[in-house]
Design a protein around this ligand. Structure first.
Ligand SMILES: Nc1ncnc2c1ncn2[C@@H]1O[C@H](COP(=O)(O)OP(=O)(O)OP(=O)(O)O)[C@@H](O)[C@H]1O
Ligand SMILES: [Mg+2]
Length: 421
């Protein structure tokens, strides 16, 4: 016969009562001493012997200090309840776990389960916490067949989380047979895994979309050149120019993607070259000068005295400032000036700010700027030959440099991108 759930719960809550052997021994010694002196042994003999024995008893290692033996679950030993032991063990597991009886009453809930689903009164039905009929049916099936089962379960509140919920029967056998089989429900949190999967598939979708657009345009022009414009030399000239641009765009995209994946591979290794930022930024500005002139933008440099040294990787830092200054010129074009401030104040971190007076970026876009392929205006970025990967690369490089990117933007006034080392 299995114990009813109420009985199990009562035993689960009960602390094992231990009789203190020391006190029993002391009582017996005192009786013996009394008996001896009554029998005529002089108190000079009894008292020292009594004191010695008392000391010996008290010097025994205290039961509470010695490691507690695990309760044994043996056939025929009905005095030990395995539930407290199971409960204590489950506390060490950092994954929500419920132990339920065959009638789905919750016998134990570990701390991780309390955190994930809130505290449950022991003995309450499982449905008080997990209302999904799918889960309850699954558990009932395991109760009926003894076979383990699993199901995917999502929680929306307090935040969206996805678990793989597994239920399996545990038959403790022997003395614990009166408990009947217990059922252990464990929740493996796969939210992070799902998020990464989603990001990966979004990324593949975005990357193929970005490549498909110039490819489709290339095919279109090739067909036109092979067909209707076969003999039109002026059209040849124009179309080949566009085709060249599209092919360049595709190879930039592939380069950027490769650059991102290379950065990801070495993100945990901090760079160790000592770099003077002043000549580096000067070089970047020089290479961007033709673009700035084409856009009618004046790049102004504001440098402190002396060297401004940081630990870094030269090529990667060139990529960072190239993208920030190029963005400021492209998207802040209408402000006409771009200021580059290099700050090396004592007891302050080294900072480089790229400030434009363009249209600014609405606040809701700012946190997402460093996502791959994220653009405030896709059409605008495409028309400026952007891939939407620039700031994602910047973010990766700065993470490897243990540096931060701070974006401050005022719509209608301009934007400041600051790198803080
Ligand atoms: N200074 C700026 N002012 C306004 N918008 C900006 C500025 N810098 C970036 N942005 C916005 O952020 C988006 C993402 O920039 P990012 O550098 O990642 O991509 P991109 O410039 O479009 O492409 P790529 O850098 O690969 O050429 C841009 O498309 C643009 O919408
Ligand atoms: Mg860019």
């Amino acid at each position: 016969m299995h114990r009813p759930t109420s009985k199990i719960l009562e035993q689960a809550a009960r602390l094992p009562l231990r009789i203190r052997h020391e006190w029993l021994l002391l009582l017996m010694l005192t009786l013996l001493a009394g008996l001896a002196s009554w029998q005529g042994v002089g108190w000079q003999g009894v008292v020292p012997a009594y004191l010695l024995l008392v000391l010996a008893v008290l010097a025994r290692p205290h039961a509470a200090m010695a490691p507690q033996p695990l309760p044994e679950v043996e056939a025929g030993d009905a005095t030990v309840d395995p539930l407290p032991l199971i409960g204590a063990t489950l506390e060490a597991v950092d994954m929500p776990i419920f132990v339920v009886a065959a009638d789905l009453a919750v016998l134990h809930q570990n701390r991780a389960a309390e955190r994930a689903f809130g505290t449950l009164v022991l003995g309450a039905h499982l449905s008080a916490r997990l209302r999904s009929p799918g889960i309850l049916d699954m558990v009932r099936e395991t109760v009926a067949t003894g076979q383990p089962n699993q199901i995917e379960h999502s929680e929306r509140l307090p935040s969206e989380r996805v678990f793989i919920l597994r239920v399996a029967a545990v038959d403790l056998g022997g003395a614990a047979s009166d408990l009947g089989p217990l059922y252990v429900l464990s929740f493996r949190d796969v939210s992070e895994l799902r998020r990464i999967e989603r990001m990966r598939s979004d990324f593949v979708a975005n990357a193929s979309h970005e490549l498909r657009t110039p490819l489709a345009s290339l095919r279109g022009f090739i067909e036109t050149l092979q067909g209707p414009a076969r003999t039109d030399l002026a059209a040849h000239e124009r179309f080949l120019g566009i085709m060249f641009d599209q092919a360049t765009r595709m190879s930039r995209l592939v380069d950027d993607l490769l650059s991102l994946s290379r950065l990801e591979l070495k993100s945990h290794i901090a760079p160790d070259q000592t770099i003077d930022l002043k000549p580096l930024i000067g070089h970047v500005t020089d290479t961007l000068q033709p673009l700035a002139e084409e856009l009618g933008v004046d790049i102004r440099m504001h440098m402190p005295e002396g060297k401004v040294e940081v630990l870094g990787d030269r090529d990667e830092l060139v990529q960072v400032f190239e993208n920030l200054i190029e963005n400021a010129c492209k998207y802040g074009q209408e402000g006409k000036v771009v200021d580059v401030f290099v700050r090396n104040d004592p007891s302050q971190p080294v900072e480089v700010s790229v400030v434009d007076r363009g249209p600014g970026i609405p606040a809701e876009h700012v946190p997402r700027l460093t996502e791959r392929f994220y653009r405030v205006s896709v059409a605008d970025s495409r028309s400026k030959k952007g891939t939407g990967l620039g700031l994602a690369i910047v973010k990766h490089i700065l993470t490897r440099h243990r540096a931060r990117l701070i974006v401050k933007s005022d719509v209608g006034k301009g934007t400041a991108f600051t790198v803080r080392f």
